[in-house]
Structures are given as C-alpha cells and as structure tokens.
Design a protein. Structure first.
Length: 347
C-alpha cells in the first residue's frame, strides 16, 4: 500500500505547481438543462414501489434537518423498490444498498449528508459488493463546507465498488468532501457492467468521477463542473490504484467538463508500471468529450519516470472540443504517451 500512496503523491506533485486561485463559475443554464433531464416516472411503474415517506411521523417537518439515518437504512435493507419522498431527507452515516435494489428519486427528492468524514468508508450512498442496482434521478448533497473536522479525501456521493450490473440515471451530486462518483475497487478487484447516464456533478472536492478498476464501464451525457479542493481536482479521472485492478472497455461518451480546478480529463496509469509483472491490457475510448475553462483540457501520466509503457491495448480520444484552458490544452509527464487522437478541435 505504501507504493500506491507514493504514486499518488508523485502524480499530484506534477500538478501542484500548476494550480491557480479557483473561482466558482456556474455553467450556463442551457448547458445544465441539456444534461439534467429527469428520468420519467412513466418509464417505471411506481404503483407497487415502497414509499420511504411511511417511516416519518405524520407531523414530520420537512424544513428541519432531523436525522433519521437508522430508520432510513433499515428501510433500504428490507425493501427492493424504494420511492423517496418528494422532499429532502438527512443522513449522518452513509447508506448501504443491497443487491437487486431499485431507488427512484422524485423531482424534489434529495439525500443530504450531515455527518463527519474521517478517512475511508465515509461515502454517502454505497453500492459495494452487490449486483443489479438501479438508481433513477439520484440527488446527493455533501457537506464539504461544514464546520467539522473532516479528514482524508474520501466521501464520494455515490461509491460503486466490486459490483456488477449497476445503472445510474440522471445523477446530481454536489458539495462532497471526496469524489462525486467513484467506480472501481479498493481491494484489487473491479466493478463490471456499469452505466452512468446523464446528470450533473458540481463543486465536489476531489474528482467529479473517478474510475479505478472496471470492465464494461460507460459514462455518458453528464456535466462535471467546479471540481476543486484537493488534488487531482479533475473532472473525469481514470486512475487505477493497484496493479491487480483492470481497465477494460472503459467508454466515455459526450461528457462536458466546465471550470474544473486542474483538468477536464485525466488518465494516470502509474499503478500499472511494474517491470516484474506482465503488461496490463487497457482499452479506453473517449468520444465527444468537451473541456471548457480548466487549467488543462487533458492531463496524462502513463507510467512512473523509470518504467513507462507497461501496458497493452488502446487509448483513443476522438471528436473532442477543448476550449479556453487557463494554462494549456495538454499536460503530460516525461514518459512516452501512447494515446491516439482523432478529430480534436482546439479553441
């Protein structure tokens, strides 16, 4: 594990000297509207779904932050098709989802996190070691600015670890202490058959979306903005943590990144650099990616400084539009960067 953290520190140090003062900028409303389209209730039959609102007392005050975490978790544990109330609910400990669970957020539904963050395992909605989970319109709000002694860089809004057949539709994630969405593993395993389709991730502290280990992962039609606070500060970052992890058929389609602290897109394959082990097979497609106003449009670090190119496969970036980077369109370390580009527009 010491090697893992050394690589993270090395990669982050490349960017640290390039950071500049950050100012929050709201994306244009037309862009927000383009990427945040509610998954319609008409597409799912909610008549037979179990209503979380039934756990609250009849005189429940929707404007107070009373904590019902224990009751909410019990409901999630004992029900499979869960309809959130059309108002916010507050939790102080992350919620764990079981296999074969569907959760539908209505127009005004939100899960708002009020607890502290003390290192790992403080993610807000945990999809871990499960399969067959669908989230519709999930809206998760963290408390990165709360006057609490938060530590570490974890606390993702949605954490998908060691899981398969997971679908997330029209997610809104804001103000988390860590990533907006995390996909992968913390144990050298991987997540498989994951779809993240539509939504907006804004003002999270680490990365908008982090992918560490996956097979058949698709991220599409999503807006990621104002990622800042602790490195890497990248809109969408592909960064395995351990050699044992995998990046196979990672498909990024029509993702728009706006005003992220360091870069719109990042790929860091340091963890795969090992001369004593077989080269890793990597397949990553980035199609229709847009980066606007970040320090760098893209940032790549493909191997450690003494051992580059220890992977096979293909990384292809095509049909991209990169606009007004504050420093440059591309940052890379000194290694040979084996990336193919097609039809990239620089503005």
């Amino acid at each position: 594990m010491k090697y893992k953290f050394l690589l993270i520190i090395l990669f982050n140090s490349f960017f640290s000297c390039q950071k500049s003062d950050f100012s929050y900028l709201s994306p244009p409303k037309s862009v927000i509207d383009q990427y945040t389209k509610l998954y319609s209730e008409s597409k799912v039959n909610l008549n037979q779904w179990d209503k979380l609102a039934t756990i609250f007392p009849s005189n429940y005050n929707r404007n107070t932050q009373k904590d019902y975490t224990e009751d909410i978790q019990k409901f999630f544990t004992t029900h499979k098709n869960i309809l959130l109330p059309d108002y916010p609910v507050y939790i102080s400990i992350g919620l764990k989802l079981n296999s074969n669970t569907n959760v539908f957020f209505q127009k005004n539904s939100k899960i708002i996190y009020t607890g502290e963050v003390n290192g790992r395992h403080y993610d807000i909605v945990k999809i871990e070691d499960v399969e067959n989970v669908n989230l519709y319109n999930p809206y998760v709000v963290g408390n990165r600015d709360a006057q609490m002694k938060h530590t570490g860089e974890w606390n993702a809004g949605l954490s998908i670890q060691n899981s398969r057949n997971i679908k997330i539709y029209n997610a809104t994630i804001k103000n988390t202490w860590g990533d907006g969405i995390f996909v992968g593993s913390e144990t050298g395993s991987f997540s498989e058959d994951v779809i993240i389709d539509g939504g907006w991730i804004d003002n999270v502290r680490r990365n908008g979306i982090t992918i560490t280990s996956g097979r058949n992962v698709k991220v599409e039609n999503i807006l990621i903005s104002n990622t800042h606070g602790t490195l890497p500060e990248i809109g969408l970052h592909i960064e395995p943590s351990l050699y044992e992890e995998i990046l196979e058929n990672i498909n990024i389609q029509k993702v728009y990144t706006y005003n992220n602290g360091v870069a719109g897109l990042g790929i860091n394959l340091h963890a795969f650099s090992n001369k004593l082990k077989a080269p890793k097979n990597v397949s990553i497609l980035v199609d229709g990616f847009k980066s606007d106003l970040s320090n760098y449009s893209m940032g790549f670090s493909m191997g450690d400084l003494n051992n580059s190119g220890t992977y096979n496969g293909k990384i292809l970036i095509k049909n991209g539009v990169f606009t007004k980077p504050r420093l440059d369109y591309l940052w890379k370390n000194k290694d040979k960067i084996e990336v193919s580009y097609m039809n990239i527009v620089y503005k």
